[in-house]
Ligand binder design. Structure first.
Ligand SMILES: *[C@@H]1O[C@H](CO)[C@@H](O)[C@H](O)[C@H]1NC(C)=O
Ligand SMILES: *[C@@H]1O[C@H](CO)[C@@H](O)[C@H](O)[C@H]1NC(C)=O
Ligand SMILES: *[C@@H]1O[C@H](CO)[C@@H](O)[C@H](O)[C@H]1NC(C)=O
Ligand SMILES: *[C@@H]1O[C@H](CO)[C@@H](O)[C@H](O)[C@H]1NC(C)=O
Ligand SMILES: *[C@@H]1O[C@H](CO)[C@@H](O)[C@H](O)[C@H]1NC(C)=O
Length: 862
């Protein structure tokens, strides 16, 4: 018998503190899926693709901003006529006084489709779309039901819209038509609440890039956003209503009183809603069609079926011959699935799985063999490779088992740790504001509550923000400028016809230096100090003259950077002799090798590339002073800029190939990093092979240093999740020491699931063990990846299938028949399953083969 482990739902439960006062908090942006609702009276203001913010609705004028952390691109022209993208942090503007008119546009529908085409289904759902007496109506027949308040924002409504599409039965002939502006929300509150109701039933047509949020304004507590399509048996379309079921019961017992449909798009979306009501029936009771929507083969003899069907209705055949199902186990969370065990192992060939509502065809290829006993060595895996920047909450850290969170980014570079102010720098008109999260110390408490440790980026320019609302390039003081903050006409961008104004840093900053670092760190309380695992010497020092020209007016040269790394590294060391210090925290490919001064700087330093020069000098210096300035070389890297492109098959394949840039010297980079001329004389130009290249550089210039990547980025969609799973396995295999993925690893996404795949969540009994097992096994790194590790009592493998349509099959010699923990994401993830945390116990039979479905990542552990 299998024993299924019940997991928490995919839902991300934000800490209640977040719900208390949402004004100034982030409510949207590419990749953001934290809390997206705003308080009543606020609107969710779009600032840029990466950031939308709750601000008081128009007519209020206030001056404050909140943080964000997401890449924007700055193009740096160099004398070699190569243009390079450097990373920086996109920041946010302030307030508003304007009213946004939102035009009504034709709706566009994003329909997510299963990534495998082998399943056909004849299911038709018989939706429950009319309320019973005991149900709580929200909207029906032209009006909000009594007791409900409208808490919507950034949206335009027609509450008596009569179609098209044709209003569904029971609607009384009209529906709600709503056009949400960027991250707008359709939100309703009932002071009596809807605690005790298990499901919100609603009918929807039009845009589906929406999240659903249940809130309690009294507790206060918010569920965080749940994808709308996950609530719908079939994805909504533009031209017909679909009945959907928001599973409130799954969210736990709270004093729910508010529900929100939240646009996840920065674009206008038009959507239609009808027949909204809460019922005491569960979503499963309402939707149970007793059928399976999708399924896949796993492991040696496991057949996974997703849906509410009955396994006794399922038949499996191979070449016309029946294959018996020996046993099965149902797992209910986070959605119902059946792990059935075939009486015989999967073998190459075509299987036909027939269930009451359709047929699933599974084609198993020949197996590739790997023998665990022939592993030619082990390597200790650093647990610090599984970190992220700015984790969303302690709950996020616990759920995904992330052990390390980094505090750093452009706005944090001039962070004043005494008064807890920051400056938005070039990301937003050089404006000061209070630090997010109440400053580092309170943020560190959140990290500690998530059983994680912190990476603290220590300010290393000569100034930190003054504790006052202030901007570096006042128009009143410095005259008219090329651009000003649209919400603050006095805050300029510091450019006059393209020429940088020489400002007085005293306007908005106070002096800062190495002695301040030593004094501040010496004064840290014990709890904060014990949460810090690593320090970085600031953030992307090498582009400070671009990101912080108001306090770094000179171009950042080899000499300036080296002097700062020495001074600040030693200042940290003076306060905390055992500190683990990371530097120079170089921003990005071009600046690994060059300084912003240009080619002449390299020529003036023996023709050495910048990182090589810095390491060589640091080694000599450290020998002289007898203390290490840094313990780890810290370099930021985004394979192919971490981009999601156009979503085409070719784009997906190229993203999945780009993981080779972490390690493979034979992989010619497909981005601008593939050009030979940009490597400043370093060997094998055109290929990045990041970890191996940097380790070789360390061994040549400063043996003994570790290697850290405190920013790296992949998107969080399914392809991104597979890339991240691939990346983490490569970090383990290649012996990277520290890695924190760039911010916004959205809870509930495939990107976050990749972390969970390895960890199993905080304190899981079956994490990926810490001894890497180098098992010779052949696979094509463009389409697959396989990683093994062993611990004291178990051996685990991670198998990543980057092929969108075909199964992969391995024979793992040395794995014994018996029960195994399986975790997986991806196919057969029809919509909801792509970031779902699916864990169960399955049986591997004596042949110990492992079948991996298309576009999925599978973890198996004894
Ligand atoms: C609901 O509130 C929004 C935002 O204040 C407003 O634009 C909309 O007209 C309201 N709708 C109704 C039907 O009151
Ligand atoms: C830019 O130059 C033009 C022409 O000399 C001048 O009129 C304008 O004021 C300048 N703009 C700024 C912001 O200094
Ligand atoms: C840094 O130290 C100097 C000298 O003690 C002091 O004047 C200055 O205010 C300190 N800076 C901050 C931000 O505390
Ligand atoms: C590319 O991958 C994404 C998931 O990351 C998927 O939604 C999309 O359908 C894929 N494109 C193709 C053409 O398969
Ligand atoms: C060890 O295994 C790895 C991975 O298969 C292989 O690349 C390498 O050549 C092997 N080394 C030796 C010494 O066998």
């Amino acid at each position: 018998m299998m024993h299924a482990k019940i997991l928490a739902a995919v839902l991300f439960l934000a800490p209640s503190a977040l719900a208390a006062d949402r004004t100034w908090q982030q409510c949207g942006g590419i990749g953001y899926k934290g809390v997206m609702t705003c308080d009543r009276g606020d609107i969710c203001q779009y600032w840029n693709d990466y950031y939308s913010q709750c601000i008081p609705a128009p007519t209020t004028t206030t001056r404050r901003t909140t943080t964000t952390t997401k890449k924007s691109t700055t193009t740096t022209k160099t004398t070699t006529k190569v243009s390079v993208t450097t990373s920086s942090t996109t920041e946010v503007p302030v307030t508003t006084t304007s009213t946004t008119e939102v035009p009504v546009t034709t709706s566009t529908t994003t329909t997510e489709v299963p990534v495998t085409s082998t399943s056909s289904t004849t299911t038709s759902t018989t939706p429950t779309s009319t309320p019973a007496l005991e149900d709580l109506e929200l909207y029906h027949g032209n009006a909000l039901s009594s007791g409900w308040e409208n808490w919507s924002w950034s949206s335009t409504f027609d509450f008596t819209y009569a179609g098209p599409p044709t209003p569904p039965a029971g609607s009384g002939g009209s529906v709600i038509q709503v056009t949400t502006g960027g991250y707008g929300g359709v939100s309703f509150r009932n002071p009596k609440g809807y605690a005790g109701y298990k499901t919100l039933v609603f009918q929807v047509a039009g845009a589906s890039a929406w999240g659903l949020v249940a809130d309690s304004t009294t507790e206060p507590f918010t569920s965080g956003a749940v994808s709308l399509v996950d609530s719908c048996p079939t994805p909504p379309t533009a031209d017909a209503f679909t009945t959907c079921y928001f599973d409130i019961a799954k969210l736990g017992d709270h004093a729910w009183d508010r529900v929100t449909f939240q646009s996840w798009s920065d674009k206008d979306q038009t959507t239609y809603l009808a027949n909204l009501f809460f019922t005491t029936k569960t979503a499963l009771e309402l939707t149970d069609t007793k059928s399976f929507g999708s399924g896949a083969a796993f492991g040696s003899n496991t057949l996974l079926l997703i849906g509410t069907g009955d396994i006794t209705d399922v038949t499996v055949t191979k070449g016309g011959e029946p294959v018996a199902i020996a046993s099965s186990e149902i797992v209910e969370n986070p959605s119902r699935r059946v792990y059935a065990k075939l009486a015989s192992s999967w073998a190459p060939g075509v299987y036909t799985v027939t269930h009451s509502a359709g047929v699933i065809t599974i084609t198993i290829p020949a197996a590739v063999t790997g023998d665990l006993s022939s592993a030619n060595g082990t390597r200790k895996i650093s647990k610090w490779i599984y970190g992220t920047n700015f984790p969303a909450s302690s709950g996020f850290l616990n759920t995904y088992g992330i052990p390390l969170g980094r505090w750093g980014g452009n706005a944090m570079t001039p962070y004043n740790p005494i008064t807890k102010y920051i400056n938005a720098a070039n990301d937003w008109y050089f404006e000061n504001r209070p630090a997010d999260n109440g400053g580092f110390e309170s943020w560190a408490k959140m990290v500690a509550a998530g059983h994680a440790k912190a990476v603290y980026s220590i300010p290393m320019l000569d100034w930190v923000a003054k504790p006052k609302d202030c901007w570096s390039y006042s128009v009143a003081k410095y005259g008219p400028q090329d651009k000003v903050d649209p919400y603050n006409a006095d805050a300029g961008n510091g450019l006059q016809n393209g020429t940088r104004i020489v400002n007085d840093p005293n306007d908005c900053y106070v002096p800062w230096g190495p002695s301040n670092v030593t004094a501040y760190l010496s004064s840290l309380d014990a709890a904060t100090a014990s949460t810090i695992e690593f320090f970085t010497i600031g953030n992307e020092l090498d582009i400070a003259d671009g990101t912080h020209p108001d306090i770094q007016q000179e171009k950042m040269s080899y000499d300036n950077e080296l002097a700062r790394v020495k001074a600040y590294g030693q200042a940290i060391r003076a306060a905390i002799p055992t500190a683990k210090i990371l530097g120079p925290t170089s921003c990005c490919f071009w600046f690994w090798w060059h300084s912003s001064v240009g080619e002449t700087d390299q020529a003036a330093h023996g023709g050495l590339s910048k990182l090589r020069y810095l390491l060589r000098e640091l080694r000599a210096y450290d020998e002289e002073v007898g203390k290490k300035t840094i313990d780890y070389l810290d370099v930021h890297f985004n394979p192919q800029e971490g981009r999601p492109g156009d979503g085409s098959a070719a784009d997906n394949a190229s993203r999945l190939r780009s993981s080779r840039a972490w390690w493979d010297p034979t992989y010619k980079d497909e981005s601008y990093m593939g050009q030979d001329g940009v490597y400043a004389g370093e060997e094998n130009p055109g290929s990045v092979y990041f970890i191996r290249r940097m380790k070789k550089l360390i061994s040549e210039e400063y043996p003994g240093l570790g290697l850290a990547v405190t920013e790296w980025y992949n998107n969080n969609d399914l392809v991104g999740g597979l890339q991240i799973a691939d990346g983490l396995g490569i970090f383990a295999r290649e012996g990277l020491d520290v890695a924190t993925k760039w911010a916004n690893t959205d809870p509930g996404s495939a990107g976050a699931a990749a972390y969970w795949l390895y960890s199993g969540g905080y304190n899981s009994a079956k994490p990926f063990p810490d001894q890497y097992l180098n098992v010779p096994i052949f696979y094509d790194p463009d389409t697959a990846a396989v990683f093994f590790a062993k611990g004291e009592s178990n051996t685990a493998g991670v198998f990543i299938n980057k092929n969108p349509t075909e199964y992969q099959h391995y024979k793992v010699v040395g794995w014994k028949a018996g029960t195994y923990t399986i975790r997986h994401f991806g196919t057969p993830g029809v919509r909801s399953d792509q970031g779902a945390l699916f864990e169960a116990t399955i049986t591997l039979d004596a042949s110990s083969t492992v079948v991996v479905p298309p576009y999925s990542a599978v973890f198996l552990s004894q």
